[in-house]
Structure formats: C-alpha cells, structure tokens
Design a protein around this ligand. Structure first.
Ligand SMILES: [Zn+2]
Length: 355
C-alpha cells in the first residue's frame, strides 16, 4: 500500500506529522505513533506484544531532504516522476509497531564510529545543532559495547542511528534510529537520553512487553540499564547520583498519582501510568533485586532474560518466576510489596551512640 502525505498536520502530534516549514525554512516530515497510533500511518495491530518486520519504500522529491527509516538503508530507485526517488529500507528483525518510524529533513549525516562487534553508528542532525549533538552522541559506540558485552549482542543488524527530532521532548526508541528531541540535545545537552533509547534495543524493542500494564519491563529496564552504563563508564559516584535522582522522582510521582509499578488490569491506557513510577521506581525494583541476588547472579539473570525472550513479549509474572528460579527463594512477597502495591514504605530509623 502507499500513503500520500500532503502537508498533513494532525492535532496532538499523532501519526504522520508534517511541519510546513521549520525555523530554517525547510519542510520536515516525521512520524510518531507511540503508543497506539501506528494505524494513522500504516495498517497495524497496536498491541505492544505484536512484533513486525518492515520494508519502507519512501518516494520523495529529490530536493526534499535526507530520509531515514528503520533498518538497513537499501537501494535508491528512480521515482514515478522526474525529480523524485524512492528510498528503500529493510528491517529484518521483529520490533513493536510503535517502534516503526521515518523522517525527512534537512539533516547533516555523520559517521560516528563503530562498535566492537561491528555496528556502525550514524548521526542525523540539523545543521545548527550538529556540533553539540555529535559531542553528546559520541558516547554511542561505548554504549553499544557495554550493552553488547553485558546483555548480549545488538540484534538489529549492523546499523544504529540517532536522529534529531524537531518538536519532541526526550527521545523515542524507534528501532535502529531513535529520535532524540532538540530540547534534550541542544537545550539541556542530556546524554542519558541517548543511552536510555539505545538500551531499548535490548528492553522494549528487543524484549517486548505483553501488555501496556507491563510498561516497566521496558522503561524501568531501560532506566536501570542507563544507570548501569554510567556506573561502568563514569564510576560509582555517578551511579548513585542517578539512583538518588530516580528515588526523588519515584517518591514524588507516588505522592502525586499513586499507582503500582505493574497495575492489576492488563489492558490499560499507558498514558495513565506514563510517569516516574514505571520508569524510576521500576529501575529501583531492579536495583533492589540486584542487591538481594548479588550483582553477578542478577546480571546473569538479565543476560538470560534477553537471550530467552528477544523478539518475544514478556509479562511481569514471568520475571517473578525467573527471579524465583535463579534465587531459589520465593520473591512473591517482594513483588507484592514493590511491584503490585502503590506504596512507598515509610521507614523510621533510630540510633544512638554509646561511648
Ligand atoms: Zn524509554
């Protein structure tokens, strides 16, 4: 099938988004289908457990800009009319439908290095932001090496790109080519966003979630993976800084709008839990499991979780089973307390010194 885009400007940044002209006088066309708007771009199932491979065939005017889509950049063929070309991309490994995307813009393309196992990193930045973005994003080969060595090899081919996105806050884990918002890139120069989005190629895009209620198995895992990267890359102090920040955000989210890390209903509106509870409290659940099981045992569990469930969907009860099996103990009470209950325990510590 084909979709013809004619300066379609939907409300609410859903689906296919065209800004008539950006501040540089260039047309920008991009998609954002998370969580369940893929149907506005292509026929799809919006279930987060659904995994799809994809081929993009994008026909554009030759002066329209650089096009980026998921997977391997394949051939460019002449378009149906003079001055147009069709750009082909192939994604051969399954990913969730919300992770499919393409964009067209006035990008500068830079090679950003290659990982130890041969994954090429490419950055797509807007001209004015190029230098800043490339500086922050240069961490990617180290990130690929870290996740590759600790969780298992990158399984989405030989290419990984970061793509600057016009109006996005934060990032979006579009498979093989996450979008990183201009705000995070040039306003606050936040590097942890790109590590978070990279880690989704193991958690979320790689191991998918069965229900939106299991959102923390994607976002909590991604936040925890990001913290673990900085522990290896910058040291313990940075690791504990990140964990402290997570704690403050989780407690404040729990005060504002309490809900469990994993709500009881399977099929929920994910926007109702789109806060620091699945993200930061989810990461803390993993940190607590790491401390209880010991880092080595817990890391082995994560590696096995990735190996066993890559390109499949998982739910929280399966994680509980895996923890029980690996530990030889019953973690049901732990999950009841931290994952299935909307509460931050209040702990009072009294101490006295003697002598
Ligand atoms: Zn994320």
């Amino acid at each position: 099938y084909s979709v013809r885009a004619q300066r379609y400007q939907p409300q609410n940044f859903h689906g296919l988004i065209a800004s008539e002209k950006n501040e540089r006088g260039k047309e920008v066309l991009w998609t954002l289908t998370w969580p369940d708007y893929c149907g506005e771009v292509f026929p799809c199932t919006t279930d987060p457990s659904d995994g799809v491979t994809a081929q993009w065939h994008l026909t554009l005017a030759d002066d329209q800009g650089i096009v980026v889509a998921n997977g391997r950049r394949d051939e460019v063929t002449p378009g149906p009319t003079a001055g147009t070309s069709t750009h082909h991309f192939v994604l051969e490994t399954e990913a969730p439908t919300y992770a499919l995307a393409f964009t067209v813009g006035d990008y500068v393309v830079d090679e950003g290095g290659i990982s130890a196992d041969g994954v090429r990193f490419t950055s797509y930045t807007f001209p004015a932001d190029r230098e800043t973005a490339i500086g922050i994003w240069s961490v990617i080969p180290a990130g690929l090496d870290f996740f590759g060595a600790t969780l298992g090899p990158y399984r989405f081919g030989e290419d990984f790109s970061l793509v600057e996105a016009e109006f996005l806050l934060g990032g979006m884990e579009h498979v093989t080519m996450p979008f990183i918002g201009r705000f995070d890139t040039v306003q606050i120069e936040l590097q942890s966003t790109v590590i978070h989005e990279l880690s989704h190629h193991w958690w979320g895009d790689g191991v998918r979630i069965r229900y939106w209620a299991d959102f923390w198995l994607s976002e909590g895992f991604a936040e925890y993976a990001m913290a673990r990267f900085y522990r290896a890359y910058e040291g313990e102090e940075r690791f504990f800084e990140i964990l402290d920040e997570f704690k403050l955000l989780a407690v404040s989210a729990m005060e504002d709008d309490p809900h469990p890390v994993r709500p009881p209903e399977d099929d929920i509106d994910v926007l109702e839990i789109f806060d620091s509870i699945p993200y930061r409290m989810g990461a803390w659940v993993l940190r607590m499991l790491e401390v209880r099981l010991g880092t080595e045992t817990f890391d082995a569990l994560l590696t096995e979780w990735f190996e066993t469930h890559f390109a499949q969907a998982v739910e929280t009860e399966e994680l509980l089973s895996a923890v029980n099996r690996v530990s030889g103990a019953d973690y049901t009470p732990f999950f009841e307390q931290w994952v299935y209950t909307a509460e931050i325990p209040q702990v009072t510590v009294r101490f006295s010194t003697n002598g």
